[in-house]
Design a protein around this ligand. Structure first.
Ligand SMILES: Nc1ncnc2c1ncn2[C@@H]1O[C@H](COP(=O)(O)OP(=O)(O)OP(=O)(O)O)[C@@H](O)[C@H]1O
Ligand SMILES: [Mg+2]
Length: 625
């Protein structure tokens, strides 16, 4: 990322700074003007100090008399300059701070917004740890040089002013300046050039360390139960050691260069005194001028370092910016269409898959993606329930992702009420279809917030109705604060089945016209599952409000469907009622029986006494709510 020569990095870094200035021109103008003011004040005060020493102090020592008028004038001038200096410093610091933090906040927002706009396929290819560091440390790194930037700009002006005033004073002293300032500058450049690769490496390792940490925390359960704590700690420690070494090498370099940068201006002052004394003897300069110049060298040493700071930060900034850009420029966005479906239409929607082919994007762009679905065609008629059944990996979840338009088909079409979903607006899509995913996601918030997600017009009445449909009203009512109970990060304070029912209620509360359930009730007691599904089919007697596409494993659930679509390896192998398929498709019958066997064993382990023995059709379970 931070590849290329250091000259390349310098130019690209300057381009990043240019972008910052273009984005915050006014604040930058305030900060830079304040800094220039500061620089000019510093140069001016050197001359006032020189004048005081040359015209007041020296005569006072020589003659024993003080020129009160000159002294008062000098004091007033110094006071005035001090006030201007304070104004300059405050303006610069405030401006730089505003500019840096505004840019950081703005880009953080843009990056996270972009994450949400990018399609699932992009997220599949990018690790969570990387996304976190893109939005955090990379954005920070990109705008880090903004803090010293106005100072550096002021310093440049100050240097030009200083050299000009040196020439006005004396050519010999000016030559000393021309020797020292460029040397200081060159030293700074050499410093940042050596710093570049070290900083880039440290930045990369930071991202890796945070990635590993994230994965270990996320997988804490696996790590603990498999007794892999030591290995996992070692994996982390290894990267942490690399980061430590990288940072130490940064520190070592700093240790070598910082003293040199401190010493060079002092040597400059020494040279000024040596050359200056000779010139004083020759009568070419006055005491006042010599003191001014020596003072100037002393006060310039510090600001010149601001240029070094900016240069030293550039490589890290370029590396950070490259990563931020990678997110902002990422393609593969799925544009929405402009067709809207009537939001007040209470009728269930019709979902149609027309000859859909689909492949996940390969990890590396040049490889062809293997086809996961081929020639998939089926319809969920309005108000009906269709069950997707198939062995693991046969493409059921992929079909639900297509139905909710998380991904688009490679060819063919997914239609809702005869409209290609790619033609629908984001809002229409969100209002019409609700997907409950295989892995439930719960936010660290209250039960109410998890269900409404701040969608407008959802009162507690609607929330309780949805909870009731999802079979979740009982346990929510028993929570200490009811709807106001916080559920912990990812719902850790809830059981798996409770989390599933909350996410189901979240989908139901928006009154979707098409409900897509990807194994959404697998952790729920089978009787409750069947009851929930039956309730969804006919929540109002005789009518149903939503069409349902459900990935199902349990016979009782499957048997509730009007039609079963049986998949194998991404192809629809058979369609029909559960009873038909049981009778005519041996593979289907085997699969359902195998599921059932597993279910019974599981149930016996968990102690659902009432599930065994195997259910004949499951239909007898149908609903005694
Ligand atoms: N993000 C992905 N990238 C690449 N391939 C994927 C991805 N997700 C799934 N696949 C592949 O697509 C195929 C279908 O996966 P899918 O998740 O749709 O199966 P499924 O029928 O839902 O399985 P299960 O019953 O285990 O949930 C599998 O071969 C799987 O390896
Ligand atoms: Mg699945």
């Amino acid at each position: 990322m931070a590849s290329g020569t250091s000259r390349d990095v310098l130019w690209r870094g300057l381009a990043v700074l240019g972008r910052a200035i273009r984005e915050q021109p006014r604040i930058f103008a305030v900060a830079a003007t304040s800094s220039v003011l500061f620089g000019l004040v510093v140069v001016a005060s050197a001359y006032v100090v020189g004048t005081v020493v040359g015209d007041v102090v020296v005569p006072a020592i020589a003659e024993g008399s003080v020129q009160v008028g000159v002294l008062a004038l000098a004091a007033a001038a110094l006071l005035g300059l001090s006030v201007l200096r304070v104004v300059g410093i405050v303006g610069r610091r405030l401006g730089a701070g505003y500019m840096q933090y505004r840019l950081q906040a703005g880009y953080r927002r843009q990056v996270t917004r972009r994450y949400l706009d990018l399609p699932l396929s992009w997220h599949h290819r990018n690790a969570t740890g990387t996304l976190l560091s893109n939005a955090n440390s990379d954005v920070e790194a990109a705008w880090h040089p903004i803090a010293p930037l106005p100072f550096a700009v002021g310093t440049l002006v100050m240097l030009v002013g200083a050299v000009a005033s040196l020439f006005v004073t004396d050519w010999a002293l000016a030559l000393v300046g021309l020797g020292v300032f460029p040397a200081l500058f060159a030293l700074n450049v050499a410093y940042s050039r050596r710093m570049a690769p070290r900083q880039a490496r440290a930045q990369r390792l930071r991202a890796e360390v945070s990635g590993i940490a994230h994965e270990s925390f996320d997988g804490a359960l696996v790590v603990k139960t498999m007794g892999r704590e030591a290995q996992e700690t070692e994996r982390f420690a290894e990267r942490a050691r690399d980061l430590r070494d990288a940072l130490i090498s940064v520190g070592r370099l700093r240790g070598v260069f910082d003293p040199m940068l401190e010493t060079l201006p002092s040597l400059g002052t020494l040279a000024v005194l040596v050359v200056g004394t000779v010139r004083l003897r020759q009568g070419a300069v006055s005491v006042a001028e010599l003191v001014s110049v020596a003072f100037l060298f002393t006060v310039l040493a510090f600001p010149v370092r601001a240029i070094g700071w900016v240069l030293a930060e550039l490589p890290r900034s370029v590396a950070g910016w490259d990563r931020v850009r990678r997110v902002l420029d990422a393609t593969g966005e799925m544009p929405y269409g402009s067709t809207t479906l009537d939001p007040s239409d209470p009728r269930p929607a019709t979902l149609t898959f027309r000859d859909v082919h689909f492949a996940y994007e390969p990890a590396e762009a040049h490889l062809p993606g293997t086809e996961v679905l081929g020639e998939v065609g089926f319809t969920v008629p309005a108000g009906r329930t269709v069950a997707l059944v198939g062995p693991t990996g046969s493409g059921k979840s992929t079909i639900t992702s297509l139905a909710a338009r998380l991904v688009d088909p490679r060819s063919g079409a997914v239609e809702i009420d005869g409209v290609d979903v790619r033609g629908l607006t984001a809002d229409s899509l969100a209002r019409t279809t609700a997907l409950v995913a295989q892995v439930p996601f719960v936010f660290d918030d209250t039960v109410r917030a998890n269900i409404t997600l701040d969608r407008p017009g959802l009162g507690d009445g609607e929330v309780w109705a949805a909870l009731r449909l999802a079979g979740a009203d009982g346990f929510v009512a028993a929570l200490p604060d009811g709807l106001d109970t916080r559920v912990g990060e990812r719902g850790t304070s809830l059981s798996g089945g409770q989390r599933q029912r909350l996410t189901l209620a979240r989908a139901l509360v928006g009154r979707p016209r098409l409900l897509v359930l990807d194994d959404a009730t697998s952790a729920v007691d089978p009787r409750v599952e069947a009851a929930i599904l039956a309730g969804l089919r006919a929540s109002e007697p005789g009518t149903s409000t939503a069409s349902i596409l459900v990935v199902a494993y349990r016979r009782a659930t499957i048997a509730l469907a009007d039609e079963v679509v049986y998949l194998e390896q991404g192809r629809v192998v058979a369609r029909g009622t559960h009873a038909d398929l049981l009778a005519t498709v041996p593979a289907y019958a085997d699969l359902v029986t195998a599921y059932e066997q597993a279910e019974v064993e599981q149930a016996q382990q968990r102690g659902y006494e009432d599930v065994a023995p195997p259910l004949a059709t499951g239909l007898e379970l149908e609903v005694d709510q």
